[in-house]
Design a protein around this ligand. Structure first.
Ligand code: GRF
Length: 258
């Protein structure tokens, strides 16, 4: 891989960065001189002035990843809106408790006042000026038109190590059952950018947990979920601070200041 250390000449503290891939920092180290990162409305990372990002989070369930992201002060962005197909789910309740607007999508017999794809796209792009869409356990398909409105700006977390154990029908405990049945000795969450297919978008980061011989889907899910709450906020913080670079072949990676 053609990743080499380099110096960015800046007049503050020298820092070492290591290519970050999940819970372990491996391999590639570079050095740069950077401004410190602060919590003001604008921050410097390396040579770039970064403004706070507007975030949209999509949820269908308990929303524990949404909460982990919302509570992480390192993230240089604000959750402007939550989108759900299940307005009484834990994630939507948490949003309302924190005065975050909740949109219902899609419209259905149960929720006839839900948005159309066009209305959702307009709300995200125009009304809320969303910079990054975060899928956090959202169980409905995202329309292609919305995926295409957020190129390199829509991410998902999957509870298995992609590209294995993903695709249509592999979600929730089905993922963990498939991992256990396969005899794989490791599992863990994958954060990836979203394309028009299920679980095939470019992988941003992963972390690894052991799979034990006596695991069942629940015990493995709990071990993976714990890592999700660490990994996903780290990824969102990196994206919001423009610490994601893209290889020429379309693979993204995170540089983490140590
Ligand atoms: C997580 O396991 C995530 O990997 C998957 O959906 C689940 C959402 O859990 N995409 P929560 O609603 O964030 O608790």
């Amino acid at each position: 891989m053609a990743l080499h250390g380099r110096f960015v000449h800046y007049h503050h503290q020298k820092r070492r960065e290591t290519l970050y891939m999940g819970s372990s920092a491996i391999g590639y180290t570079r050095y740069y001189i950077c401004h410190s990162i602060d919590q003001s409305s604008e921050t410097f990372t390396g040579e770039t002035r970064v403004s706070r990002k507007n975030l949209a989070v999509f949820v269908s369930g308990g929303g524990s990843n949404f909460r982990a992201i919302h509570q992480d002060s390192r993230i240089h962005g604000d959750i402007a809106v939550v989108v759900t197909n299940a307005p009484s789910c834990g994630g939507a309740v948490y949003a309302r408790d924190h005065d975050i607007p909740v949109l219902v999508y899609p419209a259905s017999d149960r929720h006839p006042d839900g948005l159309s794809p066009e209305a959702l796209a307009t709300a995200l792009t125009t009304q809320y000026s969303i910079d990054l869409v975060i899928l956090a356990g959202y169980m409905k398909l995202i329309p292609d038109s919305i995926v295409q409105s957020f190129p390199r700006a829509m991410v998902n977390i999957h509870p298995g190590l992609l590209p294995s154990f993903g695709g249509k029908g592999l979600y929730g405990s089905r993922v963990h059952s498939a991992v256990i049945s396969s005899g794989a000795r490791v599992s863990g969450p994958t954060v990836h950018f979203v394309d028009e297919e299920y679980d095939t978008g470019p992988i941003l980061a992963q972390s690894v947990v052991p799979v034990y011989p006596d695991d069942d889907p629940d015990t493995l899910a709990a071990r993976v979920l714990k890592q999700e709450h660490i990994l996903y906020p780290q990824c969102i913080a990196a994206i919001c601070n423009d610490r994601v670079s893209w290889r020429d072949d379309g693979i993204p990676y995170i540089w983490k200041a140590l």
